[in-house]
Ligand binder design. Structure first.
Ligand SMILES: Cc1cc2nc3c(=O)[nH]c(=O)nc-3n(C[C@H](O)[C@H](O)[C@H](O)COP(=O)(O)O)c2cc1C
Length: 433
């Protein structure tokens, strides 16, 4: 069933629809909570708005930020989020998601450093404060395309994700995994030297570390038990930590707390069939990451953008429209974020998937933060469409509908094509399909 496209001009329209759907969408007319400071890892963010990692597929072939990468982060810096979660950056070349995914190396370190410095300078000049900047370090695993075509590195064969089973030599060996873990040490050292405030050991959206969390059917040290399935992630943390020398530099993760497709072996799902959330293991994992590695916050997300993109980024346009109202998708994310925040009150949670609400996204973000359901609200597609919505929110308490994200999916199509990704509706001088 196709649901109607977005037709909620007023906040009360969202309230009415939400009631009908029995959705969890705490909305607040007063957005002032979003402009309160938050202390993270001994540093202060100026506000509770973060920009989520948004890969632009516009790095140079050697992995340095390209012209459009620089343009994107300059725009982000001007907008004034309290935190910028810098997009996925590869730790090893064979696991880049595209030939233009960023990849931090000794050779291109200066280009990253320059960009990080510029982000701080621009924001300081425009807004009077600098954002915290966290770099997302990744191994794209199953979705590696370092030469522009798929060269998957998988944790195990997962039938719902493979039309025909991938060959055994696509399954990474335990010794490959140990090598990939070590790569996080080199990346963390470079990340710190580039001037980032912290590094994310990316563990979401079915990339390698995330896939291993559900590797029930994998034999050996990295499959089966909870301890084995979380081994890679924790070893990446250990490797990264061994390379960190500055006391203020922190580690964290963007973590999938719910895989959510029909398959009994998922992470954050009950064994009934993969669709019912069960956050017991994600909560345990976050507590352990806090205890063992002192994570100062956790960035919570869900779904697999290749398999069930509506779970990750609810939308109402495009070819693949699921039998679910997009507000139910937003609600699932908000419930998950809130459940985690309440279960782990000493770890501030950064929530995801606000953009579907367009001009009302700030009201949902404020409702979530004011209600104690998360500490920060992270925006993805809205940041591509018009990062300036933060200024509007601050100055008038509302976002104008004129430049908001339309959830058309164009940015994701560009990303999948391996071409520079951005907003085809609101930034169309630069981005076209
Ligand atoms: C073009 C594009 C690039 C993305 N790149 C990343 C990325 O590098 N790392 C990541 O964790 N998520 C990535 N995401 C997911 C977003 O960070 C975010 O979770 C998602 O868009 C939902 O948030 P929103 O509703 O605010 O857009 C990307 C999404 C899109 C559409």
């Amino acid at each position: 069933m196709r649901h109607e496209a977005f037709h909620y001009p007023a906040l009360t329209d969202i309230r009415t629809e939400s009631k009908k759907l029995n959705a969890f969408l705490p909305l607040s007319e007063d957005v002032s909570t979003l402009f309160e400071a938050l202390t993270l890892a001994g540093k202060q963010t100026a506000n509770r708005i973060a920009f989520q990692p948004m890969e632009g597929t516009d790095g140079t072939e050697d992995g340095a930020p390209g012209e459009l990468t620089v343009r994107r982060y300059h725009r982000f810096a001007q907008a004034g989020p309290g935190l910028i979660w810098f997009e996925a950056v590869a730790t090893v070349p064979e696991a880049r998601a595209s030939a233009h995914q960023l990849w931090l190396t000794e050779k291109n370190l200066d280009a990253f450093k320059k960009l990080v410095d510029e982000i701080r300078e621009i924001s300081l000049k425009e807004n009077g404060y600098a954002p915290l900047i966290v770099m997302q370090a990744t191994n794209s695993g199953r979705y590696s395309k370092p030469h522009g075509y798929p060269e998957p590195l998988i944790a195990y064969n997962c039938p719902p994700l493979e039309d025909t089973p991938l060959a055994a030599d696509r399954i990474v060996t335990d010794s490959d995994l140990r090598r990939y873990e070590e790569a996080y040490a080199a990346t963390a050292a470079l990340c710190q030297r580039a001037g980032f405030d912290g590094m994310d050991v990316k563990c979401c959206h079915r990339y390698l570390a995330c896939e291993l969390l559900s590797a029930y059917t994998r034999p050996g040290d990295y499959g089966g038990s909870y301890e084995n399935r979380t081994r890679f992630l924790k070893n990446c943390y250990r490797a990264a930590r061994s390379a960190v020398t500055e006391p203020g530099f922190f580690l964290s993760s963007r973590l999938n707390v719910y895989d959510g497709f029909a398959y009994p072996y998922g992470f954050g799902v009950s064994a009934e069939g993969g669709l019912t959330p069960d956050l017991t293991e994600p909560i345990r994992l976050i507590r352990e990451l806090k205890q063992e590695f002192g994570i100062p916050l956790i960035n919570v997300t869900m779904g697999n953008p290749y398999k069930n993109p509506h779970v990750n980024r609810p939308y109402d346009h495009g070819n693949y429209v699921p039998d679910e109202h997009p507000l139910e998708g937003v609600s699932r994310m908000m419930r998950g974020v809130s459940e985690i925040q309440h279960a782990v009150p000493d770890v501030p949670v950064l929530g995801s998937a606000f953009s579907y609400l367009r001009q009302h996204a700030g009201n949902l973000a404020a409702g979530m933060v004011a209600g104690g359901h998360c500490a920060m609200a992270g925006f993805g597609r809205m940041a591509f469409a018009d990062p300036g919505f933060i200024h509007e929110l601050r100055e008038s308490g509302a976002i104008s509908p004129k430049r908001v994200c339309l959830t058309c999916g164009g940015c994701a199509v560009l990303l999948r094509q391996g071409t520079p990704a951005g907003c085809i509706a609101r930034d169309r001088e630069v981005y076209k399909l």
